[in-house]
Write a protein that binds this ligand. Structure first.
Ligand SMILES: [Zn+2]
Length: 177
């Protein structure tokens, strides 16, 4: 998936996660999600973030190759563990949590557009969920639209449930008063 698609999907995933109450809905959170959605591609100089941080992407690219170690679910898990260990559980419900949501959304998107080392270090096999959409192709955009549709449905479900919950609580309070 190209960088712009990753940002759109990462930000949309963070909005869905905030509707579920996992991360705050703020400008900082959305920026963090966008950054997280680009971070795994630091392993190539040709990526949106990699071309701006060549000092990091070039050695990473030579050392690991593209879509390998940085594209493993182990990386966001390790970051989450570090956050909980040093800053407590609450740090996951901050913009850091949104960063992780963006990061995971990138790996899931790459799983559907060619595959990556999602299970490293357990396996060095390139895992692919749907091998029919190449990066930058029309099918990728189609896939992006489907993912956004799915995320919108989930967001709508949680927002309407929260509104209903708040509404019934408000009417209960009105009844008691
Ligand atoms: Zn990638």
């Amino acid at each position: 998936m190209i960088g712009r698609s990753h940002i759109v999907l990462g930000v949309a995933s963070a909005i869905t996660a905030s509707s579920m109450g996992y991360v705050p809905l703020s400008f900082l959170s959305l920026c963090a999600a966008g950054l997280g959605s680009l971070a795994p591609d630091l392993d190539t100089e040709r990526s949106l973030l990699g071309c701006r941080m060549v000092w990091l992407s070039r050695p990473l690219s030579r050392l690991c190759g593209h879509r390998t170690v940085t594209h493993s679910f182990f990386v966001p898990l390790l970051i989450a563990w570090g956050l909980v260990h040093f800053q407590g559980m609450g740090s996951l419900h901050s913009p850091w949590g949104a960063f992780l949501v963006g990061y995971v959304s990138h790996i899931v998107a790459d799983l559907m557009t060619g595959g990556c080392w999602a299970l490293y270090p357990l396996s060095k096999n390139r895992v692919s969920l749907w091998p029919y959409a190449k990066t930058g192709s029309f099918r990728e955009y189609l896939l992006l639209v489907c993912c956004l549709g799915l995320l919108s449905c989930v967001t709508y479900h949680y927002l309407s449930r929260n509104l209903l919950h708040d509404g019934s609580r408000a009417s209960q309070h009105a009844f008691i008063a």
